[in-house]
Design a protein around this ligand. Structure first.
Ligand code: HPA
Length: 270
């Protein structure tokens, strides 16, 4: 794995227009942030050596180097989901590469189903912690000490420092910002009413099919992490409606401007 990571990071390093310490992974329907980038260099995933090959659509995503409000960033639009059939090592490979490129802080967004009865569709939820319910762990297997410790601490997976900054930014723009615990599951099915209820009982505020693997690997590598969910549908008892991918995308689109504003300011202050 070390050799592949090295190969890919060398390839990208040769194309990186400036030193970058910040990376962003954009979730479903949350690509708007890329329009705010300047000095952009776009690299389709297909052309990046060792990047997972998309099995689903024609193309899987675009990596961009650019500046957000003047700050150098690396942005992944499109991620690899476990439900697509990738091994956890593939899902999290880009995060390994980020680390090798010198990324110190990772910002993640996703679409999620809300289970906290105080939530509404379109809300933004800052992730304060997670519960990992994926059936495979991204760190299972031989540990490469060069990448991180065998038994990584997870007492502060989501940076309290960045959460405090984000709360202030949201308040200063009058953007309501919920907080809560994200449950990561494999999908691709949305939850049954009984599953939503169960996830609520065990402490979840929102549920989704991504983020947790990437965050685990980022923490393994010692990166500081901030993550935010857009609540695209509700799994609140008695309010569970039929949900489709299109509805999730639509709800994410509506919440984008506020999410983008928080992310942009946060990245500049971080
Ligand atoms: N469940 C799981 N993943 C999701 C959901 C949901 O309700 N909404 C968006 N992603």
């Amino acid at each position: 794995m070390l050799k592949t990571i090295h190969e890919t990071s060398e390839w990208l390093q040769a194309r990186m227009p400036f030193t970058i310490h910040t990376a962003i992974i954009l979730g479903t329907g949350l690509g708007e942030l890329v329009h705010e980038l300047t000095d952009v260099l776009e690299i389709p995933y297909e052309s990046i050596p060792n990047f997972p090959i998309s099995t689903v659509e024609g193309h899987s995503g675009i990596l961009r180097f650019g500046k957000l409000g003047g700050k150098p960033v690396m942005v992944m639009q499109g991620r690899f989901h476990y439900y697509e059939g990738y091994a956890m090592q593939q899902v999290t490979f880009p995060v390994r590469v980020m680390k090798a490129l010198g990324i110190q802080t990772l910002f993640v967004s996703n679409a999620a189903g809300g289970m906290n009865p105080a939530f509404q569709v379109g809300d933004l939820m800052m992730i304060t912690d997670h519960i990992n319910l994926f059936p495979e762990h991204p760190l299972r297997g031989k540990n490469e000490t060069a990448l991180g410790p065998r038994f990584p601490d997870m007492s502060e997976a989501y940076s309290k420092r960045l959460q405090a900054l984000a709360s202030n930014i949201a308040a200063s723009h009058n953007i309501p910002l919920q907080k809560g615990i994200y449950i990561g599951t494999s999908g691709p099915t949305f939850e049954t009413p009984a599953e939503y209820k169960y996830f609520r009982i065990i402490g979840g505020d929102a549920v989704g099919m991504s983020t947790v693997p990437e965050v685990i690997v980022a923490r393994h590598g010692g990166m500081e992490v901030f993550a935010i969910s857009v609540i695209t549908d509700l799994g609140v008892e008695g309010q569970v409606l039929e949900v489709s991918h299109e509805e999730v995308q639509q709800a994410a689109l509506l919440a984008q401007p506020n999410m983008t504003r928080i992310m942009r300011d946060l990245i500049n202050q971080a």
